[in-house]
Write a protein that binds this ligand. Structure first.
Ligand code: ADP
Length: 461
């Protein structure tokens, strides 16, 4: 097993990884920007190395400085967390070529799944259902028009290298499409440095359901159940839960089997997530994330297993310590992401200094957060300040527990999304489990009352 691990990240996920290391008796190294000198991950680590100025490009995204920090501190492996360099195949390659352990999947898996259109082709060949659309990237308008005609409107144009909910456009008719392709290509080029886009049928009211996977270097692949992440704003997840209430047992079984089959086809190692869109009893592969995800605690709560520890053990060459049969699912878990944003002003990020803070506790409540009283949220990084995760015997208990936890939660000094989240959890439609990725389309929020637009064709769970 590794004796020392460097965590190439910040915020709550850096703490999360360090907690697992501590429990395993592994020493930890933090890296941080100048802006993060007072961050909890720096204090929490056994050693810390300042790797540069505030902008991510000069610190958390800087290969050389991170690898040098590992070399100086004799760290044997690097955990990238999520975001930043976690899905950068070149970085993974560089780490490995310096003789440092990479706590993640193989660089080639990262690269393959990093291109969404290649990922789709790979999974189609592995026998998974994929959303009807173009085979690979489309370059000219004529081809796009032909494909759209075939699959029917509306269609969605996606940047092959896109992510984080960006680089997508919906076209409702041929006039729309011609324009959308031009704009999407230009946007993709400037945002991701890759102009290639592909086409997909746009599903009216899908649910976003993803399967958590773990693979070791000895050929074992297990799933840790699914998470439903349909509550999104502008394609960004806000609330995640497990299990998904809408799946019939037979569909759930097929979904899990498909995810395992896809991972097996690429000899996947480490933690990964296969994302699907579910419409009725049909599901379609959408993309695979080759990293630990923000919402991973939801799966940890229902399985009682620590995904970060498993990732570390897998990277150290150990076989998985359990079989699929030994993964038991208990209860229902929900996660709410709390952001320092102003929901009444289009969720504008609100950096600032945290005043009084009280995080919720009690039975079945877990809080993953890096904030503390007096901590200053800088404008340089993402605005998530805490994740509240609850486990209940069933969904009703979990919903009640989350509402209670959100009511207990106090974060003074910065505008935040606690009240907004509480309003979603309290909405009868949410409580009935009538979810889709369109749940929040057309909503309004005045700081107290959440009004949802009439749903189109969503059926109760
Ligand atoms: P990203 O990698 O940027 O998160 P995804 O491909 O995972 O992008 O898609 C994010 C979200 O966009 C999905 O959860 C869903 O809400 C929506 N979406 C993506 N593809 C489709 C589609 N074909 N039809 C309807 N909604 C879609």
């Amino acid at each position: 097993m590794f004796k020392k691990i460097l965590v190439a990240n910040r915020g709550e996920i850096a703490l999360r990884v360090m907690r697992a290391c501590k429990e395993m008796g592994i020493a930890t190294v933090a890296v941080h920007s100048e802006a993060d000198i007072d961050s909890l991950h720096v204090r929490f680590a056994d050693e810390a190395v300042c790797i540069g100025p505030n902008l991510p490009g000069e610190s958390y995204l800087n290969f050389n400085r991170i690898i040098s920090a590992a070399e100086i501190t004799s760290a044997e492996a690097i955990h990238p967390g999520y975001g930043f360099l976690s899905e950068n195949a070149e970085f993974a390659e560089a780490v490995v070529s310096c003789g440092i352990g990479w706590i993640g999947p193989s660089p080639s898996a990262v690269e393959k799944m990093g291109n969404k259109s290649v990922a789709k082709d790979t999974m189609r060949s592995a026998g998974l259902p994929v959303i009807p659309g173009s085979d690979g990237a489309v370059t000219d308008e004529k081809e796009a028009l032909r494909i759209a005609d075939e699959i029917g409107y509306p269609v969605i144009i996606k940047a092959a290298s896109g992510g984080g909910g960006r680089g997508m456009r919906v076209a409702r008719d041929p006039q729309d499409l011609a324009n959308a392709i031009l704009i999407a290509r230009a946007e993709a080029e400037s945002a991701f440095g890759d102009a290639s886009v592909y086409l997909e049928k746009y599903l009216p009211t899908p649910r976003h359901v993803e399967v958590q996977l773990l693979g070791d270097s000895h050929g074992s692949i297990v799933h840790m159940g699914e998470r439903e992440c349909s509550i999104q704003r502008r394609h960004q997840k806000l609330i995640e839960e497990s299990p998904c209430v809408a799946l019939k047992p037979s569909v759930r079984e097929r979904l899990h089997a498909a995810a395992v089959q896809g991972a097996r086809a690429m000899n996947y190692t480490s933690a990964g997530t296969m994302e699907f869109l579910v419409q009725g009893d049909e599901f379609y592969f959408m993309e695979m994330n080759t990293r630990i995800q923000v919402e991973h605690p939801v799966s940890e709560m229902v399985t009682g297993r620590d995904l970060i520890k498993e990732m570390i053990a897998i990277a150290a060459g150990q076989p998985l310590s359990f079989t699929q049969k030994e993964v038991r699912f208990t209860g229902h878990a929900i996660e709410c992401r709390i952001n320092a944003e102003d929901p009444t002003r289009d969720f504008m990020p609100c950096p600032g200094t945290i005043g009084f803070v009280h995080l919720p506790g009690g039975m079945g409540v877990r809080v993953d957060s890096h904030i503390y009283q007096g901590y200053t949220i800088t404008p340089y990084y993402d605005s998530m300040i805490a994740k509240i995760i609850v486990l209940g015997l069933d969904r009703d208990e979990a919903v009640g527990r989350m509402i209670r936890s959100l009511e207990e939660c106090v974060v003074d000094g910065v505008k935040n999304t606690i009240e907004f989240q509480r309003a979603i959890l309290s909405a009868p439609r949410f409580q009935r489990g009538e979810l889709s990725t369109k749940f929040l389309d057309g909503f309004s929020w005045d700081g107290r009352t959440l009004s949802l637009a009439e749903p189109v064709g969503v059926v109760a769970a």
